[in-house]
Design a protein around this ligand. Structure first.
Ligand SMILES: NC(=O)c1ccc[n+]([C@@H]2O[C@H](COP(=O)([O-])OP(=O)(O)OC[C@H]3O[C@@H](n4cnc5c(N)ncnc54)[C@H](OP(=O)(O)O)[C@@H]3O)[C@@H](O)[C@H]2O)c1
Length: 263
């Protein structure tokens, strides 16, 4: 039981990757609190794990007031939060940059960047007071490379890489360390719909040298390791877990030349 008596708060933890993380932390003895906007999925989470130590909140991370209330309730119930996972996030509708709608750009910035910072501030302030804490920010490989269609998502998540470094340098002396995780395409979570179609799985698999999408447990395993005492010296860094996708070119120029296609 690696997380016995530890308290973990996972934003967006009622479904997708966040829910998988919640389950993994619960299995390791942690008390786990989650939030999400959709009350139905929050209630379903509470029902599903009612035998375990869980709290759940229908709260939007863009509401400072609601997140303050949620944090206060967790401290009232359990007296501390050891790990905050900033997992809640949205991807924009995929369109070329010249066609991005203002409301979609604003929404990505509001949720992924502003909401995540304000949650970090709400929890970080209390963690600084308690003299310990670990914050793990879910970022994305797209934040490193940029990709046509993903601009608002990539920009907002790239901001979280800077936030990770900045908060680590400010709060570590108070016992609060911060780290980021930047996955490539995962076979789960927000890709649940896409992966039902084999053509998408094949397409996304070809984008990585390893030849497949990430398994959900390959991400949750890393998150649990980063939350553990043995990983505390990893601080301010964003760990890329993308099967080698960053910098990978599916069709290298040299292969084109050597195949004589340039003649
Ligand atoms: N899946 C991937 O391939 C992948 C790759 C790289 C990075 N990531 C990152 O990993 C994280 C989890 O992704 P996922 O695939 O599990 O996505 P998901 O299945 O869409 O889950 C996202 C969760 O965040 C919640 N959420 C969204 N906006 C929120 C808000 N404003 N306030 C509170 N909760 C909110 C959602 O619940 P409600 O809708 O009910 O609010 C949901 O529980 C995200 O930050 C994502 O960017 C995912």
């Amino acid at each position: 039981m690696r997380f016995q008596d530890k308290v973990v708060f996972i934003t967006g933890g009622a479904k997708g990757l966040g829910r998988a993380m919640a389950e993994a932390f619960l299995a390791e003895g942690a008390s786990v609190a989650v939030n999400a906007r959709n009350a139905e999925s929050v209630n379903r989470f509470a029902e599903e794990f009612k035998e375990k130590k869980v709290l759940s909140f229908a709260a939007d991370i863009t509401s400072y007031e609601d997140m303050e209330k949620a944090a206060a309730k967790v401290w009232d119930a359990w007296g501390r939060v050891d790990v905050l996972i900033n997992n809640a996030g949205i991807v924009n509708p995929l369109v070329p940059s010249e066609k991005i709608k203002k409301e979609n750009f604003d929404m990505a910035i509001d949720v992924n960047l502003k909401g995540t910072f304000y949650v970090s501030q709400i929890f970080g302030r209390r963690m600084v007071e308690q003299g310990s804490g670990r914050i793990i920010n879910m970022i994305t490989q797209v934040a490193l490379s940029g990709e046509k269609g993903f601009l608002p998502y990539a920009m907002s998540k790239a901001g979280l890489m800077v936030m990770t470094r900045n908060l680590a340098s400010e709060w570590s002396r108070h016992g609060v360390t911060v780290v980021g995780v930047a996955p490539g395409f995962i076979a789960g979570g927000m890709n649940e719909g896409l992966i039902r179609k084999q053509a998408f799985v094949d397409f996304l698999s070809k984008k990585t040298p390893i030849g497949r999408m990430a398994k959900v447990e390959e991400i949750t395993g890393l998150v649990l390791f980063l939350a553990s005492p043995g990983a505390q010296y990893i601080n301010g860094e964003t760990i890329v877990v993308d099967g080698g996708m960053t910098g990978y070119t599916a069709e290298p120029l040299v292969d084109f030349i050597m195949a004589g296609k340039g003649k």
